[in-house]
Design a protein around this ligand. Structure first.
Ligand SMILES: [Zn+2]
Length: 67
């Protein structure tokens, strides 16, 4: 687990380190904002406007590893 800071609510929460790769999106566990990893080293998250990006969801790269 890696501690990350939410740019939306300013709170810190822990995320699995394997979801913190570039351009992946995670949800803040505190305010439920959708965040995107825009920098890996150092880790930088940016709040995503969910509605604005909604139409692009179909062609996003799915990098989740199958178990
Ligand atoms: Zn938050």
């Amino acid at each position: 687990m890696t501690k990350v800071e939410c740019p939306e609510c300013g709170g810190e929460f822990e995320a699995e380190s394997d979801v913190l790769f570039l351009f992946n999106r995670i949800n803040c566990s505190l305010c439920d904002a959708l965040l995107e990893v825009i920098e890996e080293e150092p880790l930088v998250l940016e709040a995503v406007d969910e509605e604005y990006y909604d139409s692009e969801d179909e062609d996003e790269d799915d990098e989740w590893e199958a178990e």
